[in-house]
Design a protein around this ligand. Structure first.
Ligand SMILES: Cc1cc2nc3c(=O)[nH]c(=O)nc-3n(C[C@H](O)[C@H](O)[C@H](O)COP(=O)(O)OP(=O)(O)OC[C@H]3O[C@@H](n4cnc5c(N)ncnc54)[C@H](O)[C@@H]3O)c2cc1C
Length: 400
């Protein structure tokens, strides 16, 4: 049986960052294995590929090879088409995630991580203080063993479900939202802007049009599983695309799940099993964004594992596991818990209220639009309050 110190399951942003952080810190002293069931750079990567440039560059150098483009505007559009926007130069990066995965995979190889793709994790079993990981490679099953395993397999984290000793761990499978997008040509798009669409057509989510590095756009929508019930999301997407762009040409359509509960009060790690990224529910519940969250979470996990391995006492190891959760909560988790609560109220904003609010905002000078929308993005719980204030104010004015 092969033995490692750490086995990381899943080479998306969370798994790659965990592996890279561990490999860099351990400098050859640990045997680290990174597994993915597919080639992580195989297209299409199911993602709209947007990250905030500030947060991303605080985690990794921004290599031009994986940048599609930068955008500076975030525009919000109401059901009747009123648009207000906020501007900060180069605020967002549209990644080429396939190239990004390849880039980070190569960095992992450089720091001594054993990386294997087309290697699917089929089962996990705890035995003699270690984890036995059953891996399928090319139809043959192997068992590989390690005291530490990282579940970075994305939303739902199936490989760690139903394991009795992990009862109570974060599962990343609650309040899942569905998101679907097309890469399409013939859809007009401001190359400098991320464009978001709100209103009942997108139920408790939103629609988007994002630029890419070519003539195409990434156009999509996301909504909760509940709101999407009985609907064909694909049909909704096609309606969204062709309503205003009858000659659009679709290159590809792709969809996936996003955990939107905004962090529970549940541990991320138990008995040497650590979770990272979507598998730990580390996603911004307002935007459904999880790339930088996965990188950040992977970094925390990777930084703490050597300490866990250095301890022998079960209680001391439990403290390290708790520290991972605390570090996430202090940096993002509490903010996302609060955001998730305000999302519930935000979902009650009506089409009329969106129209009045964004109409009002679009009449303000650009600096004021930016100032209001920046306040809302740093304190998302103010969205419903501000929308209703302006809505009620405008109705009263009309009445007078
Ligand atoms: C349509 C859509 C659009 C999105 N747009 C954005 C966006 O614009 N910006 C943003 O920040 N976030 C976006 N997200 C969310 C973002 O994609 C995720 O939050 C992010 O990918 C999470 O990274 P991760 O590493 O945790 O999981 P993933 O990226 O899902 O990676 C998990 C990896 O594990 C592998 N794997 C799974 N099971 C196994 C197994 N059994 N054995 C081995 N390997 C396995 C998978 O092949 C995969 O490579 C979007 C999501 C969707 C669905």
């Amino acid at each position: 049986m092969e033995k490692y110190d750490v086995i990381i399951c899943g080479a998306g942003p969370a798994g790659l960052m965990t592996a890279y952080t561990l490999g860099s810190t351990a400098s050859g002293s640990l045997k680290i294995l990174l597994l993915d069931r597919r080639e992580p750079w195989r297209e299409p990567v199911c993602c709209a590929e947007v990250v905030g440039s500030g947060m991303f560059s605080s985690l990794l150098p921004v290599d031009p090879s994986f940048v599609r483009c930068y955008t500076s505007w975030i525009n919000y559009t109401s059901p009747k088409g009123y648009t207000a926007g906020t501007y900060r130069k180069g605020r967002s990066i549209i990644l080429n995630r396939a190239k990004f995965h390849r880039w980070l995979w190569d960095r992992c190889l450089e720091v001594g991580v054993d990386c294997r793709y087309n290697a699917a994790v089929k089962a996990l079993e705890r035995r003699d203080s270690c984890w036995d990981v059953t891996v399928d490679k090319g139809g043959t099953q192997h068992i590989i063993s390690a005291p530490v395993v990282v579940d970075a397999t994305g939303p739902g984290a199936r490989i760690t479900q139903d394991i009795p000793c992990l009862k109570g761990i974060e599962s990343g499978d609650e309040n899942l939202a569905l998101a679907i997008f097309a890469v399409a040509e013939g859809v007009p798009c401001n190359k400098e802007a991320l464009q978001f669409f709100y209103g009942s057509a997108f139920a408790d989510g939103y629609g988007w049009i994002f630029p890419r590095d070519d003539d195409a756009v990434n156009i999509g929508l996301g909504m909760s599983v509940g709101a999407a019930q009985g609907l064909s999301l694909r049909q909704k997407l096609l309606d969204f695309i062709f309503r205003n762009n009858p000659h659009a040409k679709i290159r590809t359509i792709c969809g996936g799940k996003v955990p939107l509960h905004g962090t529970h009060q549940r541990p991320f790690a138990m008995h040497g099993l650590f979770k990272a990224g979507d598998a730990a529910g580390c996603v911004d519940p307002i935007w459904g964004a999880g790339i930088t969250e996965a990188l950040f979470c992977g970094k925390i996990v990777g930084e703490n594992i050597p300490d866990w391995l250095g301890k022998t006492d079960a209680e001391e190891r439990r403290h390290v596991e708790e520290r991972v959760f605390d570090q996430w909560m202090d940096s993002c988790g509490y903010f996302y818990q609060k955001s998730a609560q305000s999302k519930i109220i935000m979902n009650k904003i009506t089409d009329d209220q969106w129209d009045v609010f964004l109409h009002h905002l679009s009449d303000l000078p650009q600096e004021e639009q930016t100032s209001v929308l920046e306040t809302l993005s740093s304190s998302p719980w103010l969205w419903p309050i501000m929308v209703w204030q302006i809505y009620v104010g405008s109705k009263n004015k009309n009445f007078c």
